[in-house]
Design a protein around this ligand. Structure first.
Ligand code: AMP
Ligand code: MG
Length: 319
């Protein structure tokens, strides 16, 4: 379904158009300013097509996605993969190394059990979980840039790109709009946003960040939020997040929400997931090594900001 709401903007001929479609297991929303509905329709079509293409590449829900075919064929032998998949796996692998494995795209066997557990509303069986953990580990994923191939060390490994695929897709869809000459645009793939030039007459897009009333004004950047508000499992009075600590294979039990602003969607998305695992104690020192990435942690009632976050252009929503 396509919803288009043209809105005349002042005396200029630019109009705001918005369209929402289901992709990647969530709703994708595109807002843009152009002249005329025909141009907006062309733009929506191209941007959503790019997102659908990336879903067919990166989804672990679609049996025939490229990543699932890779998991079935790459045990012990190099398999050529598309540039998109190579880029996403490389970014994941790099962040695994930097976070000492707190971010790990090879967690698929374990995240699969937790997904099932959420549906059945009971904790995964500990023995099954232990066996699944043996099929994980980012060092078992090998990428060769020279040949554009990926190799997995063992059969039964499963890649899960849920921690960075949506941010990558948001950024890539925005790039499609830029190629069409449309720069005043915002793409939201659930909690992962890619942001272009500001709306006409404004300094940026107002984005809610972290807690009610907190707003940042952003342009030409990406922002992602990770938290357990929407997907979690309650068992024995404990709430388990859909984000898993690879150290033990258990969903995070600490209440934490992390918002990250970064130049590219894939970085905002992957860092927000990784920092949720690390928490501010271990995460902040890592983050401070990247002056172009800003983070806001809300955990245990406290708020922790990185130095770059404090520098973001900042405002508060009217109460
Ligand atoms: P996000 O909503 O971007 O924070 O990503 C959460 C999703 O990433 C989960 O639903 C899993 O698919 C995947 N995931 C869970 N834990 C991790 C982790 N430690 N490292 C990488 N991906 C993870
Ligand atoms: Mg993420």
């Amino acid at each position: 379904m396509i919803l288009v709401f043209p809105r005349l903007y002042g005396a200029s001929t630019l109009e705001m158009f918005e369209s929402v479609q289901p992709h990647m297991g969530t709703l994708v929303r595109i807002q843009l300013y152009v002249t005329g509905a025909a141009r907006a329709d062309t733009a929506f079509h191209a941007a959503f097509a790019r997102i659908a293409q990336l879903d067919a590449t990166l989804s672990d829900y679609l049996p025939e996605s490229e990543v699932n075919r890779l998991c079935r064929s790459a045990a012990g032998r190099p398999v050529p993969i598309s540039p998109d998949l190579f880029r996403v796996l490389s970014a994941g692998r790099r962040l695994s190394e930097e976070t000492d494995g707190a971010f790990d795209v090879t967690l698929g066997p374990v995240t699969g059990l937790w997904r099932q557990a959420r549906q059945q509303r009971r904790l995964p069986d500990p023995d099954t979980l232990r066996v699944a953990m043996q099929r994980t580990g980012y060092r078992k994923l090998h990428l060769d840039a020279a040949t554009g191939t990926a190799t997995l060390d063992e059969p039964g490994m499963q890649l899960d790109l849920g921690g960075l695929g949506k941010g990558y897709a948001a950024g890539e869809a925005l790039a499609v709009l830029f190629e069409l000459g449309i720069r005043r645009a915002l793409i939201s793939v659930s909690g992962d946003l890619a942001i272009g030039d500001p709306p006409p007459g404004r300094q940026g897009w107002s984005i809610g960040a972290g807690s009610p009333g907190r707003v940042v004004i952003l342009c030409n950047i990406a922002i992602s939020t990770s938290g357990d508000a929407s997907q979690n499992l309650e068992a024995g009075g404990v709430r388990y997040s859909h984000i898993i600590d690879p150290a033990g294979g258990i969903g995070l039990t600490r209440r934490i929400t992390v918002t990250v602003v970064a130049p590219h969607g894939i970085d905002a998305d992957s860092w927000s997931t990784a920092l949720s695992v690390l928490g501010p104690e271990r995460g902040l020192p890592l983050l401070e090594k990247h002056p172009d990435i800003a983070g806001l942690f809300i955990a245990g009632g406290g708020v922790v900001e990185s130095a770059a976050w404090a520098r973001l252009q900042y405002s508060r929503a009217p109460l």
